[in-house]
Design a protein around this ligand. Sequence first.
Ligand code: AMP
Ligand code: MG
Length: 290
Amino acid sequence: MTQLRELLAVEAGSFRLDKVDPRGTPGLPDSKAVRKDPKAWAREAVSSIGTELAAYQEKLFASAKSERTDRRVLLLLQAMDCGGKDGTVRSVFAGLNPTGVEAVSFGPPTDEEKQHDFLWRIERALPAVGHVGVFNRSQYEDVLVVRVHGLVPEDVWSQRYEQINAFETAQAEAGLTLVKVMLHISPEEQRQRLLDRLDDPTKFWKYNPGDVDERARWDDYQEAYQAALTRCSTEANPWFVVPADRKWYRNWAVATLLRDAMAAVDPGYPPADFDVETERQRVRALSQGI
Ligand code: AMP
Ligand code: MG
């Protein structure tokens, strides 16, 4: 494990969400450039990590084409409303090739989805082999909003933690590298972001009056997050909590976690399945025109 992973990983036995400072910046390098202008430093760092991500993505994609891997990578994002999921995706995925990226958002289940087990729509949305996926909300909504609002009885949602763990373990064995990130914001920051949305007509579309009502359940949500984070942070699929009041830190931390995960699965470029020298001769022998 690299340092940031260790700093942000949820220890199932001892983790306390209320002890994480949403304004914190754990793992930030201690350098002159960071001290001088952390925002500018983070922008540069995220851009250069983006270049690394793009290279890993290309190799993953290429190796899947030649059937050398069953690997897929999925960044799963959860957060309170205004937690910054969309902004994180925009920033972290900026340099990737859209051809190999699959972004999926989960809202309330549709009529069709309601006919099935809660993991049905999740499994269908997993990235294909060789692709990098990102989930904006996930299977965890079924132990978060569903628990907070009592949308199903307790004896149903309380079994879902183990069901999620079994599902994620099976997927890990089938080649899925899952990076589960909770973006942790403070209530003050959420209030400010709601106000910002109302102050800017280009952000009205992001404002949801329902978010104000949900905010009244803040403590219930924190309790539900505490349970999900500790009960579903496993050896194969740990949770990471990223302090997210500072957007520049959030973007850097998520990009770093994803980069480290992709470095660990890097299959390298596939070798040629043809004789390179023979092919070079054949191509050289072609006339310039047709
Ligand atoms: P947004 O991400 O702002 O588009 O909002 C999506 C909404 O869908 C949020 O209010 C989620 O809580 C809700 N949602 C997502 N998954 C579920 C689920 N399984 N059951 C009920 N509501 C859900
Ligand atoms: Mg919303």
